[in-house]
Design a protein around this ligand. Structure first.
Ligand code: SF4
Ligand code: SF4
Length: 281
Protein backbone atom coordinates (compact mmCIF):
# COMPACT_ATOMS: atom_id res chain seq x y z
CA UNK A 1 0.00 0.00 0.00
CA UNK A 2 1.07 3.59 -0.60
CA UNK A 3 2.25 5.87 2.21
CA UNK A 4 -1.15 7.66 2.29
CA UNK A 5 -2.85 4.32 3.11
CA UNK A 6 -0.49 4.00 6.06
CA UNK A 7 -0.87 7.62 7.22
CA UNK A 8 -4.48 8.34 6.32
CA UNK A 9 -6.17 4.96 5.85
CA UNK A 10 -5.05 2.97 8.89
CA UNK A 11 -3.65 0.33 6.58
CA UNK A 12 -6.68 0.27 4.24
CA UNK A 13 -7.12 2.18 1.00
CA UNK A 14 -7.05 5.80 2.18
CA UNK A 15 -9.35 7.06 -0.60
CA UNK A 16 -12.08 4.64 0.55
CA UNK A 17 -12.20 6.22 4.04
CA UNK A 18 -15.28 8.46 4.19
CA UNK A 19 -13.68 10.74 6.79
CA UNK A 20 -11.19 11.93 4.14
CA UNK A 21 -14.09 13.55 2.25
CA UNK A 22 -15.85 15.10 5.22
CA UNK A 23 -16.97 18.71 5.47
CA UNK A 24 -15.38 18.69 8.95
CA UNK A 25 -11.97 18.86 7.25
CA UNK A 26 -13.27 21.82 5.24
CA UNK A 27 -13.92 23.79 8.40
CA UNK A 28 -10.14 24.39 8.51
CA UNK A 29 -9.82 27.99 7.33
CA UNK A 30 -6.37 27.40 5.78
CA UNK A 31 -7.74 24.57 3.68
CA UNK A 32 -10.67 26.72 2.50
CA UNK A 33 -8.26 29.49 1.47
CA UNK A 34 -6.04 26.99 -0.34
CA UNK A 35 -9.02 25.72 -2.35
CA UNK A 36 -10.25 29.23 -3.15
CA UNK A 37 -6.82 30.21 -4.45
CA UNK A 38 -6.39 26.96 -6.34
CA UNK A 39 -9.65 27.17 -8.27
CA UNK A 40 -9.30 30.85 -9.07
CA UNK A 41 -5.61 31.02 -10.02
CA UNK A 42 -5.33 29.54 -13.53
CA UNK A 43 -2.43 31.97 -14.17
CA UNK A 44 -0.54 30.22 -11.35
CA UNK A 45 -0.94 26.92 -13.19
CA UNK A 46 0.28 28.49 -16.44
CA UNK A 47 3.39 29.74 -14.62
CA UNK A 48 3.93 26.32 -12.99
CA UNK A 49 3.67 24.67 -16.40
CA UNK A 50 6.33 27.01 -17.83
CA UNK A 51 8.64 26.33 -14.88
CA UNK A 52 8.17 22.61 -15.43
CA UNK A 53 9.20 22.91 -19.11
CA UNK A 54 12.32 24.86 -18.03
CA UNK A 55 13.14 22.28 -15.37
CA UNK A 56 13.06 19.58 -18.04
CA UNK A 57 16.09 21.27 -19.68
CA UNK A 58 18.08 21.64 -16.43
CA UNK A 59 21.00 19.32 -15.45
CA UNK A 60 19.97 16.01 -13.89
CA UNK A 61 21.16 16.90 -10.36
CA UNK A 62 19.06 20.08 -10.29
CA UNK A 63 16.05 18.19 -11.66
CA UNK A 64 16.44 15.59 -8.95
CA UNK A 65 16.77 18.10 -6.04
CA UNK A 66 13.94 20.34 -7.25
CA UNK A 67 11.82 17.26 -7.98
CA UNK A 68 12.12 15.98 -4.41
CA UNK A 69 11.15 19.38 -3.01
CA UNK A 70 8.15 19.72 -5.34
CA UNK A 71 6.91 16.17 -4.65
CA UNK A 72 7.19 16.71 -0.88
CA UNK A 73 5.26 19.98 -1.08
CA UNK A 74 2.59 18.48 -3.33
CA UNK A 75 2.10 15.52 -0.96
CA UNK A 76 1.06 18.02 1.68
CA UNK A 77 -1.13 20.18 -0.52
CA UNK A 78 -2.40 18.63 -3.73
CA UNK A 79 -1.51 15.04 -4.53
CA UNK A 80 -3.30 12.41 -6.56
CA UNK A 81 -3.61 8.69 -7.02
CA UNK A 82 -4.75 6.60 -9.95
CA UNK A 83 -7.95 4.72 -9.03
CA UNK A 84 -9.61 2.03 -11.17
CA UNK A 85 -13.30 2.24 -11.96
CA UNK A 86 -14.45 -0.38 -9.42
CA UNK A 87 -13.02 1.75 -6.59
CA UNK A 88 -14.53 4.90 -8.13
CA UNK A 89 -17.88 3.11 -7.84
CA UNK A 90 -17.17 2.42 -4.15
CA UNK A 91 -16.41 6.12 -3.57
CA UNK A 92 -19.64 7.11 -5.34
CA UNK A 93 -21.40 4.63 -3.04
CA UNK A 94 -20.66 6.63 0.14
CA UNK A 95 -20.38 10.28 -0.98
CA UNK A 96 -23.63 12.25 -0.99
CA UNK A 97 -23.02 14.57 -3.90
CA UNK A 98 -21.16 14.40 -7.18
CA UNK A 99 -20.84 17.60 -9.20
CA UNK A 100 -19.36 17.67 -12.71
CA UNK A 101 -17.12 20.68 -13.19
CA UNK A 102 -14.63 22.03 -15.72
CA UNK A 103 -11.09 20.64 -15.68
CA UNK A 104 -8.62 23.35 -14.68
CA UNK A 105 -5.71 21.55 -16.42
CA UNK A 106 -7.48 21.48 -19.79
CA UNK A 107 -8.30 25.15 -19.36
CA UNK A 108 -4.55 25.78 -19.25
CA UNK A 109 -3.32 23.22 -21.80
CA UNK A 110 -6.16 23.41 -24.34
CA UNK A 111 -7.54 26.86 -23.56
CA UNK A 112 -11.08 25.54 -23.44
CA UNK A 113 -13.58 23.89 -21.18
CA UNK A 114 -13.54 20.11 -20.82
CA UNK A 115 -15.87 18.65 -18.23
CA UNK A 116 -13.67 15.85 -16.98
CA UNK A 117 -13.54 16.72 -13.25
CA UNK A 118 -16.00 15.72 -10.52
CA UNK A 119 -16.24 17.37 -7.12
CA UNK A 120 -17.30 14.82 -4.49
CA UNK A 121 -18.62 15.50 -1.00
CA UNK A 122 -20.31 13.86 1.95
CA UNK A 123 -22.57 16.93 2.16
CA UNK A 124 -25.70 17.31 0.01
CA UNK A 125 -25.79 19.53 -3.12
CA UNK A 126 -22.03 19.74 -3.43
CA UNK A 127 -21.37 20.18 0.30
CA UNK A 128 -18.96 22.78 1.64
CA UNK A 129 -16.93 22.67 -1.55
CA UNK A 130 -19.83 23.99 -3.65
CA UNK A 131 -20.18 26.81 -1.14
CA UNK A 132 -16.53 27.75 -1.65
CA UNK A 133 -16.86 27.53 -5.44
CA UNK A 134 -19.92 29.78 -5.41
CA UNK A 135 -17.93 32.36 -3.49
CA UNK A 136 -15.12 32.44 -6.05
CA UNK A 137 -15.51 35.19 -8.61
CA UNK A 138 -13.62 33.74 -11.53
CA UNK A 139 -14.35 33.74 -15.24
CA UNK A 140 -13.24 30.12 -15.52
CA UNK A 141 -16.00 28.99 -13.18
CA UNK A 142 -18.64 31.60 -13.83
CA UNK A 143 -17.65 32.84 -17.28
CA UNK A 144 -19.58 32.60 -20.53
CA UNK A 145 -17.58 29.62 -21.79
CA UNK A 146 -18.26 27.49 -18.69
CA UNK A 147 -21.56 25.65 -18.48
CA UNK A 148 -23.33 25.38 -15.15
CA UNK A 149 -21.84 22.84 -12.77
CA UNK A 150 -24.02 19.73 -12.87
CA UNK A 151 -25.21 17.75 -9.87
CA UNK A 152 -25.25 14.08 -10.96
CA UNK A 153 -26.82 10.96 -9.54
CA UNK A 154 -24.51 8.00 -8.82
CA UNK A 155 -25.79 6.20 -11.93
CA UNK A 156 -25.24 9.27 -14.11
CA UNK A 157 -21.73 9.71 -12.72
CA UNK A 158 -20.84 6.04 -13.29
CA UNK A 159 -22.15 6.23 -16.88
CA UNK A 160 -19.98 9.31 -17.43
CA UNK A 161 -16.90 7.55 -16.00
CA UNK A 162 -17.46 4.50 -18.21
CA UNK A 163 -17.60 6.85 -21.19
CA UNK A 164 -14.37 8.58 -20.06
CA UNK A 165 -12.72 5.17 -19.81
CA UNK A 166 -13.87 4.35 -23.36
CA UNK A 167 -12.14 7.60 -24.37
CA UNK A 168 -8.94 6.18 -22.81
CA UNK A 169 -8.88 8.48 -19.76
CA UNK A 170 -7.39 7.37 -16.46
CA UNK A 171 -9.32 8.14 -13.22
CA UNK A 172 -7.54 9.79 -10.28
CA UNK A 173 -8.48 11.20 -6.84
CA UNK A 174 -7.02 14.54 -5.66
CA UNK A 175 -6.36 16.04 -2.26
CA UNK A 176 -6.77 19.67 -1.27
CA UNK A 177 -4.43 19.75 1.68
CA UNK A 178 -3.99 16.06 2.33
CA UNK A 179 -5.86 13.98 3.40
CA UNK A 180 -8.98 15.89 2.33
CA UNK A 181 -10.19 14.56 -1.04
CA UNK A 182 -12.44 16.87 -3.01
CA UNK A 183 -12.18 15.84 -6.65
CA UNK A 184 -11.87 12.95 -9.04
CA UNK A 185 -10.40 13.70 -12.46
CA UNK A 186 -10.09 11.87 -15.76
CA UNK A 187 -6.57 12.31 -17.03
CA UNK A 188 -4.50 11.85 -20.13
CA UNK A 189 -0.83 12.38 -20.68
CA UNK A 190 -1.17 15.03 -23.32
CA UNK A 191 -3.56 17.47 -21.60
CA UNK A 192 -3.41 16.72 -17.87
CA UNK A 193 -0.66 18.71 -16.12
CA UNK A 194 -0.40 16.18 -13.30
CA UNK A 195 0.20 13.27 -15.65
CA UNK A 196 2.66 15.30 -17.71
CA UNK A 197 4.51 16.23 -14.54
CA UNK A 198 4.54 12.69 -13.16
CA UNK A 199 5.12 10.61 -16.27
CA UNK A 200 6.67 12.83 -18.93
CA UNK A 201 8.89 14.83 -16.53
CA UNK A 202 9.42 12.02 -13.97
CA UNK A 203 8.42 14.36 -11.14
CA UNK A 204 5.73 12.50 -9.16
CA UNK A 205 2.62 14.44 -8.11
CA UNK A 206 0.40 11.34 -8.09
CA UNK A 207 0.75 7.75 -6.88
CA UNK A 208 0.16 4.73 -9.05
CA UNK A 209 -2.97 2.72 -8.26
CA UNK A 210 -3.06 0.10 -5.52
CA UNK A 211 -3.30 -2.41 -8.39
CA UNK A 212 -1.27 -3.75 -11.31
CA UNK A 213 -2.59 -5.24 -14.56
CA UNK A 214 -1.96 -8.84 -15.59
CA UNK A 215 -2.68 -10.60 -18.90
CA UNK A 216 -3.78 -14.24 -19.07
CA UNK A 217 -1.80 -15.31 -22.18
CA UNK A 218 -4.20 -18.14 -23.05
CA UNK A 219 -7.07 -15.63 -23.30
CA UNK A 220 -5.15 -13.04 -25.37
CA UNK A 221 -6.04 -13.06 -29.08
CA UNK A 222 -3.17 -10.71 -29.96
CA UNK A 223 -5.55 -8.04 -31.28
CA UNK A 224 -3.28 -5.25 -29.87
CA UNK A 225 -6.22 -3.01 -28.85
CA UNK A 226 -4.71 -2.59 -25.38
CA UNK A 227 -1.36 -1.30 -26.69
CA UNK A 228 -2.73 1.97 -28.01
CA UNK A 229 -4.66 2.93 -24.86
CA UNK A 230 -1.90 2.51 -22.27
CA UNK A 231 -0.67 6.03 -21.51
CA UNK A 232 2.26 4.73 -19.51
CA UNK A 233 3.98 2.64 -22.19
CA UNK A 234 3.59 -0.53 -20.13
CA UNK A 235 2.27 -2.84 -22.86
CA UNK A 236 4.20 -4.30 -25.80
CA UNK A 237 3.48 -6.95 -28.40
CA UNK A 238 5.42 -10.20 -28.61
CA UNK A 239 5.65 -11.04 -32.32
CA UNK A 240 6.95 -14.54 -31.56
CA UNK A 241 4.06 -15.41 -29.21
CA UNK A 242 1.50 -13.16 -30.94
CA UNK A 243 0.36 -11.90 -27.53
CA UNK A 244 0.38 -8.61 -25.64
CA UNK A 245 2.80 -8.39 -22.71
CA UNK A 246 2.61 -6.01 -19.72
CA UNK A 247 5.78 -4.76 -18.08
CA UNK A 248 4.36 -4.39 -14.57
CA UNK A 249 7.21 -2.11 -13.52
CA UNK A 250 5.63 0.59 -15.70
CA UNK A 251 1.97 -0.19 -15.03
CA UNK A 252 -0.01 2.45 -13.12
CA UNK A 253 -2.98 0.11 -12.58
CA UNK A 254 -5.56 2.36 -14.22
CA UNK A 255 -7.46 -0.53 -15.83
CA UNK A 256 -8.05 1.30 -19.12
CA UNK A 257 -6.46 -1.58 -21.10
CA UNK A 258 -8.89 -3.99 -19.41
CA UNK A 259 -11.90 -2.05 -20.63
CA UNK A 260 -10.90 -2.38 -24.32
CA UNK A 261 -10.02 -6.10 -24.15
CA UNK A 262 -12.83 -8.01 -25.85
CA UNK A 263 -11.60 -11.42 -24.67
CA UNK A 264 -11.38 -10.30 -20.99
CA UNK A 265 -7.73 -11.38 -20.88
CA UNK A 266 -6.71 -8.51 -18.56
CA UNK A 267 -7.37 -8.28 -14.82
CA UNK A 268 -6.11 -6.06 -12.01
CA UNK A 269 -4.18 -7.63 -9.16
CA UNK A 270 -3.45 -5.97 -5.80
CA UNK A 271 -0.07 -4.23 -6.23
CA UNK A 272 1.20 -5.63 -2.92
CA UNK A 273 0.90 -9.18 -4.33
CA UNK A 274 3.06 -8.44 -7.39
CA UNK A 275 6.75 -8.74 -6.44
CA UNK A 276 8.18 -6.60 -9.28
CA UNK A 277 5.71 -3.74 -8.67
CA UNK A 278 4.79 -4.01 -4.99
CA UNK A 279 7.07 -1.17 -3.92
CA UNK A 280 6.71 1.04 -6.99
CA UNK A 281 4.51 4.07 -6.51
S1 SF4 B 1 -6.74 -6.25 -25.95
FE1 SF4 B 1 -6.83 -8.22 -24.87
S2 SF4 B 1 -6.84 -9.75 -26.53
FE2 SF4 B 1 -6.16 -7.82 -27.44
S3 SF4 B 1 -3.89 -7.91 -27.30
FE3 SF4 B 1 -4.61 -6.84 -25.46
S4 SF4 B 1 -4.80 -8.48 -23.92
FE4 SF4 B 1 -4.68 -9.47 -25.90
S1 SF4 C 1 -1.00 -1.68 -18.52
FE1 SF4 C 1 -3.21 -1.25 -18.39
S2 SF4 C 1 -3.58 -0.87 -16.20
FE2 SF4 C 1 -1.36 -0.72 -16.54
S3 SF4 C 1 -1.02 1.46 -16.89
FE3 SF4 C 1 -1.27 0.52 -18.91
S4 SF4 C 1 -3.46 0.78 -19.38
FE4 SF4 C 1 -3.21 1.14 -17.15
Amino acid sequence: MCEFCVKHGEGEKWYLQARNYSDDLLSDIRRRRFIEEFVSDTDGLVRANKRLEMLGKAPRLIRSVVGRIVTGRMKKNHFGQVVPIEDIEKIFGFVNSIVRISCICRRVTLGKEKRYCYAVSLGPNGGGLAEIMRGVDNSFINGPDAAENELLTRDEAMAAFREHEREGLCHSVWTFQTPFIAAICNCDRSDCLAMRTTVTHALPVMFRAEYVAEIAPQACSGCRSCLSVCQFGAISYSASNKKAVIDQRWCYGCGVCRSVCKTKAIRLEERARVPVAGKLW
